[in-house]
Design a protein around this ligand. Structure first.
Ligand SMILES: NC(=O)c1ccc[n+]([C@@H]2O[C@H](COP(=O)([O-])OP(=O)(O)OC[C@H]3O[C@@H](n4cnc5c(N)ncnc54)[C@H](O)[C@@H]3O)[C@@H](O)[C@H]2O)c1
Length: 447
């Protein structure tokens, strides 16, 4: 099938490469000329396991190509994916300007019927707006062409995006048009062989499904973080509680890790956007507001530990940070807890020495060169003469470090663990002052 994907980001690029890998002929269109040029040279703009070989292979065999030529893109695809960003507006609503710009582009250049697929995460009612935009441009052009707008939200997880796309838990399709349903079945047939993964519904329900999924996951995290705060105050250990509740199959072990707050390009903005959607229909989403406010406070926790430990005297101190990306296996730093921490440290004139296995370039891109940020080549180098170590991301290589090296390199044996990677008893044995999340009176183990 001939497919066009607008937006070569985390979602668009992965989706395009995976579709090309099963034989579809995919053109990716982006407005970012440098990104397109780099991709043509084999430079992949993001770190995502398995993505580079997939892009290389499909680009080489001609099934995947990249362009900024929107007209050529529109002419190519029988189906046209919209996979551009939907960042938060000033009030937290999803900003649809990129989505509607693509709708306009498609309408400007289409000369035959098209199926337009909303892959971006968009508020309920967006398919209607995309439909209206296309209809108005076609009317201006004075031509009458059939088109259908489908909602097909993406559920991939960064860090496992390729495998999620190849073996999706579900493929949600919002449409009430039978012919469109058939085309979508054909498009996704290679991913639907093992068992039925396609779930058809009306457009609005599909749009809401995406927000409901992300908000549910964010709720689980904020719930556990709230429990962890209670555990600290009550002298309980959240890790014991986690095992205790996870064993209930109605709850399960997945996604109930306490930590230093959720980040990334999706949960924060999607919770906010659903709150705004609710407000617009005069509904007060009390639970969602609480999820967001718990997360906001949780992201300040690491700084609070540091500030308390050093009695508010952080100016001139150097803090080592392990982990910059919002989660392991990605270089994405959007809304990452590490950013909150670094920015708070800089406010009080502290210095940061940071290490991340994949996100160093991204960090450099975001913050540029500054005297209070050193990006260290190894996790050990980041420790050198630092006054404390803070772990923000649970990369595997941080899970069993050499504590003797940590102790040797740091000025003070202070470890703040935003991901509960270590056993408090071990930390005590090694004489660290160890702060974890929700681990009762072991929160501050030794001094
Ligand atoms: N990142 C995720 O894990 C994830 C998962 C599921 C859903 N989503 C949703 O998917 C959408 C895209 O997210 P992303 O993380 O891939 O975004 P991204 O910011 O990584 O990429 C968006 C791309 O769209 C391009 N673009 C903007 N306007 C364009 C236009 N008019 N024509 C062509 N290209 C244009 C940008 O240059 C950029 O390359 C968002 O709505 C997001 O919420 C993201």
């Amino acid at each position: 099938m001939k497919v066009t994907v607008f937006g070569i980001g985390y979602v668009g690029l992965v989706q395009a490469a995976v579709l090309a890998s099963v034989g579809h002929n995919v053109i990716c269109v982006d407005i970012d000329q440098a990104k397109v040029d780099n991709l043509k040279k084999g430079l992949i703009p993001i770190y995502e396991p398995g993505l580079t070989p997939l892009v290389e292979e499909t680009y080489k065999n001609g099934l995947l190509s990249f362009t900024t030529d929107a007209k050529a893109g529109v002419e190519h695809g029988e189906v046209q994916f919209i996979a551009v960003g939907t960042p938060p507006d000033e009030d937290g609503s999803a900003d649809l300007k990129y989505v509607l710009a693509v709708a306009k582009t498609i309408a400007t250049h289409m000369n035959e019927p098209k199926i337009i697929i909303d892959k971006s995460t968009v508020p309920v009612g967006t398919a209607d707006k995309v439909t209206a935009k296309i209809a108005s441009v076609l009317a201006e052009r004075n031509i009458d062409l059939e088109f259908n707008v489908v909602s097909n939200p993406e559920f991939l997880k960064e860090g496992a995006a390729v495998s999620d796309c190849k073996k999706p838990d579900r493929i949600v399709i919002g449409t009430d048009n039978e012919a469109v349903r058939e085309t979508m079945r054909e498009l996704y047939a290679p991913f639907n062989r093992n068992h039925e993964r396609m779930i058809f519904m009306d457009v609005r329900s599909a749009e809401l499904t995406k927000y409901a999924a992300n908000c549910m996951l964010a709720t689980k995290i904020s719930f556990m973080n709230e429990m962890s705060n209670l555990a600290e105050l009550l002298g309980a250990d959240i890790e014991a509680v986690r095992h205790g509740i996870g064993s209930d199959s109605r709850i399960g072990y997945q996604f109930i890790y306490p930590g230093c707050g959720y980040g990334g390009s999706c949960f924060p903005k999607d919770v906010q956007a659903l709150v705004q959607t609710a407000n617009k229909v005069n509904y007060k989403p009390a639970l969602l507001e609480a999820v967001e406010s718990v997360n906001y406070k949780q992201k300040q926790k690491l700084f609070t530990h540091l500030s308390n430990h050093f009695n508010g005297k952080l100016a001139g101190k150097t803090i080592a940070i392990w982990g910059l990306s919002f989660k392991p296996q990605t270089d994405d730093m959007r809304e990452a807890p590490a950013r909150e921490l670094m920015e708070a440290l800089w406010q009080v004139k502290a210095n940061v020495q940071a290490y991340d296995p994949e996100a160093m370039e991204e960090c450099q891109r975001i913050y540029g060169s500054r005297s209070d940020l050193i990006l260290s080549g190894t996790k050990e180098a980041a420790l050198k003469n630092a006054d404390a170590l803070v772990i923000c991301t649970e990369w595997s290589q941080f899970k069993a470090p050499d504590f003797d090296i940590i102790a040797e390199q740091l000025n003070n044996k202070v470890l703040i663990d935003g991901r509960n990677l270590f056993e408090p008893s071990l930390m005590k044995k090694k004489s660290f002052t160890y702060y974890a999340i929700g681990r009762g009176d072991s929160v501050k183990i030794t001094k």
